[in-house]
Design a protein around this ligand. Structure first.
Ligand SMILES: *[C@@H]1O[C@H](CO)[C@@H](O)[C@H](O)[C@H]1NC(C)=O
Ligand SMILES: *[C@@H]1O[C@H](CO)[C@@H](O)[C@H](O)[C@H]1NC(C)=O
Ligand SMILES: *[C@@H]1O[C@H](CO)[C@@H](O)[C@H](O)[C@H]1NC(C)=O
Ligand SMILES: *[C@@H]1O[C@H](CO)[C@@H](O)[C@H](O)[C@H]1NC(C)=O
Length: 179
């Protein structure tokens, strides 16, 4: 019965695709505003990179991620406190982010300073990075021409994406059953 209805009128697959596209557009906007930073950019997490310079001109916002790409046989990713960052002490990390593949993602989900070093002696050669995580800036107040500002979800960040996706699923379900 439902299958017959799907083929014509308001239940047509084309309309569904359009509706889904519209819903997805409002969902995708917040996702792109959170950033996954590859530490050291194309150099990755390695020796001979000055990560102070890498981090200097960047703004890290709550909801962003750091992505460490490195030689899993040599280096690692340890979160430490300020003292241990400065002294390259890897004896009591706050968090060991090393997962074994040489590709570790670290969520920056608290507004504070984060300190990371590589153990195994590499910190002494400069494999250390400190980032200051701040709250995302408020949405632009006077930007009538910015079409994004019309969307209520503009300033939402990564943590809202999952609920939004679930909501999309529920909408989709409701839509299919309604028609
Ligand atoms: C960092 O941890 C070490 C060892 O646990 C401690 O001695 C030091 O005071 C801590 N530093 C800060 C800034 O919390
Ligand atoms: C960090 O965790 C990895 C994977 O569990 C482990 O192999 C490694 O020994 C740990 N390193 C430190 C310094 O705790
Ligand atoms: C931040 O992320 C870590 C690791 O996923 C998690 O353990 C922690 O509960 C999160 N903190 C907040 C405030 O969301
Ligand atoms: C990285 O660059 C900063 C700023 O130029 C400098 O102060 C610092 O000593 C450098 N760090 C290393 C490990 O070379």
């Amino acid at each position: 019965m439902e299958r017959v209805k799907l083929g014509c009128g308001f239940g047509s697959p084309v309309l569904m695709v359009v509706v889904l596209a519209v819903v997805l557009m409002t969902v995708v906007v917040p996702e792109v505003s959170a950033t996954r930073w590859t530490v050291g950019a194309h150099m990755g997490w390695t020796t001979n990179v000055n990560y102070t310079i890498w981090a200097k001109d960047k703004h890290f916002y709550n909801g962003d991620w750091l992505f460490f790409v490195y030689d899993r046989n040599q280096m690692n990713v340890l979160e430490v406190n300020k003292t241990d960052y400065e002294s390259c002490n890897s004896d009591h990390p706050l968090h060991n982010w090393t997962r074994g593949a040489g590709r570790d993602v670290v969520p920056l989900n608290v507004t504070r300073n984060y300190y990371f070093i590589s153990g195994k002696g590499f910190c002494y050669g400069g494999m250390k990075v400190a980032v200051h995580v701040e709250n995302p800036p408020p949405p632009p107040t006077a930007a009538p021409l910015n079409e994004k500002s019309g969307s209520p979800s503009f300033n939402l960040r990564g943590q809202y994406v999952l609920p939004a996706i679930l909501a999309t699923g529920a909408l989709w379900d409701a839509f299919v059953h309604f028609w």
